[in-house]
Design a protein around this ligand. Sequence first.
Ligand SMILES: *[C@@H]1O[C@H](CO)[C@@H](O)[C@H](O)[C@H]1NC(C)=O
Length: 270
Amino acid sequence: MDLQCFLCWRVALLLLLSPCGLQCMSVHVINRQPVHVVPGSDLVLKARIEQGPLESISTLTWERELETGPDPKRVTLATNVGRSIRYVGTRPNIFVKVDEKETTLEIKAYSDEDSGVYILTVKDHKGANTSAQCIVRIYEPVHHVSVSINVSHSSLVCGEAWGTDPHFSWLHEQVAISSTVGTVSKDGTTLIVTKTPFCGHFTCMVSNKLGHSSATYTAAPCETGGRGTTAAVVCLIFLLLFGGVLAFLLWRRRRHSNRGERLHEHLDAI
Ligand SMILES: *[C@@H]1O[C@H](CO)[C@@H](O)[C@H](O)[C@H]1NC(C)=O
């Protein structure tokens, strides 16, 4: 086996072993999409770059365009200049790192204007482009919580407008829902009320990383039967006792004054 043939075999083996052969640069964003960023915090997007054994990156560009609207207006956020590995952000809060297998885009102090579709494009040494996209949105606080009743199914439905990642919980008279009051659906938005009679205040609380907001459905007031009777009995006993003491005091006073009169009469007689 001469040297040339040996090299041939080596290249063939490399092509067989590498999953994509010669022409297969691929990129994909690692972050779970869509990415939601709390205003003022940092956005970090990571993408994996896979390249064949004979490929190399000639340019790498991060761009952004609006997610909706007729004019997507693509802007360049960072790209490398010529063959240098220096990546130039178009604003001072944009940073890019690139190594053989990964690239990171970092935007410090994220604001609403940074939202959109982020596009990573990698051009190989032959000028072929490969790209990947990622939707990035701002993390919204909880908005407009409301509770509505579904009379036919004795359930209450909690609604929330556009907060990010809302988490629902329910209270009855300011206390967490117990099995005697009802059951909450898996997603938390519906409370099936099993308590009879259907009464009192039902509060739906919606929360996320930025805070919480709530709404209350007020049903007929609950009869506080047991407690009311006890209070009446206590009141009655108290009144009776008070009356008894008063009567006793009056009777004593009367006796004293009678004795005084008798004493006077006695003295007059002498
Ligand atoms: C009440 O709930 C049931 C079951 O979830 C649903 O099919 C029905 O459309 C609801 N009714 C109203 C008025 O929302």
